[in-house]
Design a protein around this ligand. Structure first.
Ligand SMILES: *Cc1c(COP(=O)(O)O)cnc(C)c1O
Length: 453
């Protein structure tokens, strides 16, 4: 197929052959066809010809923090392409990986000193779990191999990460009998600024204490539970987890795949609590949204523990481990982030989101409006069915904005470079999507509360 394919043919072939995230095959809702993207705008090719632009409210799922087609990241990619785009990592190493690893160690909490690169967030969570289980096996505690998490979380779609996603929400409940059985604490009470609830802290401590003999690690998303419901919690619960883990001999894994690299107003969300994990996962924004790369960082205690065991190696090695092209872009993305006053940009977007989303609180069908850092969330009274979700998405597009509502949420996490005027447009689109979504939902059979409820 060397001829140019027009938008209609592309969309027809897409429908026939291409699976999309969390979708049936063939697809039911037609996706938008992106021709190109630059800055904070996606250029959409229209069926029948012509294009139009949408302001991106999603950062391509938390990743494109500097926007699209950034000259500095493009240049880093080109320079690395001319040296090599990939070499295997077994027995070989290269400057992009070494620089990036050293950089990650420098900017993450102090005791994290060793970096395992992988190709996606889910795999970095698999590696984190493997590290913890293997640590306990190596130090003679092989029965410590379960995980504890709190409800409402999301850690990826491969098998072990699924086992620590919220057991009722999302699409993973389907596998509950087949997945490893983990220990679930109640979801943390909502509110970043809410005073910590001593009863909940006690619940965390008791659950950890009761299962300590079989627990390898506690794994949670710090401060923001993202795909599990976009809920924020008080940083103090991380302090409580750290203390209980230390007291009972359990490791702590923090999953910063969504929250890392400034999104919540701190470089890593755990800094809001001043807590250092034993293992840390990063991904998504690591390469500024250019390529898939993730990393699992661990302490020397864990690395040495594993290395003392009868199998003294970490038995993991993805083919594209430490991909040089991705690593070079990641290093450039980190420079771009850290060489600017990024906190000011996050605070600016936070202020604009608070102003722009405040009116949503008065809309019918809206349960809650919340903002933290460059994350804005409107939670509806009801979960949107697929029809209402498509209606909400179209309402945002009519305002010139790309949003992807899911469940009972219309939310945004725009690129950090988004100018005020475009943040205002995004807010208007969130309001429009929330209005259209809950209206469509209320009108559809089966949605909303049962009659008389
Ligand atoms: C997206 C995400 C993952 C999974 O990352 P993938 O790159 O999609 O595999 C894991 N944990 C959190 C918190 C995430 O947001």
């Amino acid at each position: 197929m060397s001829e140019t394919l027009g938008p209609d043919l592309l969309l027809a072939l897409d429908r026939q052959h291409v699976w999309h995230p969390y979708s049936p095959m063939p697809g039911q809702a037609a996706p938008l066809l992106v021709h190109s993207a630059a800055g904070v705008r996606l250029r959409i090719a229209e069926p029948g010809g012509g294009t139009h632009e949408l302001v991106d409210g999603m950062s391509s799922w938390w990743s494109a923090i500097h926007g699209y087609n950034h000259p500095v990241l493009n240049e880093a990619a080109r320079a690395q392409l001319d040296r090599m785009s990939h070499v295997m990592f077994g027995g070989l190493t290269h400057e992009p990986a070494v620089r990036l690893a050293a950089r990650l160690v420098e900017i993450t909490p102090e005791p994290l000193r060793h970096v395992f690169f992988s190709d996606s967030g889910s795999v970095s969570v698999e590696v984190a779990i493997k590290m913890c289980l293997q640590y306990w096996r190596s130090v003679g505690r092989p029965l410590k191999r379960r995980l504890l998490t709190w409800r409402g979380g999301y850690h990826g779609d491969t098998w072990q990460p699924m086992s620590v996603c919220d057991p009722d929400g999302g699409m993973h409940a389907l596998w509950s009998g087949a997945l490893p059985q983990q220990v679930f604490a109640q979801a943390p009470p909502s509110g970043f600024d809410a005073a910590p609830d001593p009863a909940y802290t006690a619940h965390l401590r008791e659950t950890i204490a009761a299962h300590a003999h079989e627990l390898a690690a506690v794994i949670v998303e710090p401060v923001v539970q993202n795909a599990g419901g976009m809920r924020f919690h008080a940083p103090a619960y991380l302090t409580a987890l750290r203390e209980a883990c230390d007291e009972h001999g359990v490791l702590l894994i923090l999953d910063e795949i969504a929250t890392g690299f400034g999104r919540t107003g701190a470089l890593f969300a755990t800094e809001h609590a001043g807590v250092s994990p034993d293992v840390l996962c990063v991904g998504k924004a690591l390469t500024g949204g250019y390529l898939s790369m993730a990393a699992t960082l661990c302490t020397t205690r864990i690395a040495e523990g594993i290395s003392r065991g009868d199998v003294p190696v970490l038995a993991h090695g993805p083919t594209f481990m430490a991909n040089p092209l991705a690593a070079a872009i990641a290093d450039a993305s980190l420079n771009l982030l850290l060489d600017q006053d990024w906190q000011r940009e996050i605070r600016r977007i936070e202020t604009r989101l608070r102003e722009g989303l405040a009116p949503a609180a008065g809309l019918p069908g809206v349960r809650d409006v919340r903002v933290l850092g460059a994350i804005g969330v409107v939670q509806l009274e009801h979960r949107l069915d697929p029809v209402a979700m498509a209606t909400a998405t179209r309402a945002a597009a009519r305002e010139g904005v790309w949003l992807r509502p899911f469940g009972d949420l219309v939310y945004t996490m725009p690129p950090y470079i988004t100018p005020d005027a475009d943040v205002a447009r995004i807010c208007a689109a969130v309001l429009a999507a929330a209005t259209a979504g809950s209206a469509a939902d209320a009108g559809s059979p089966g949605a909303g509360p049962p009659p008389g409820a």
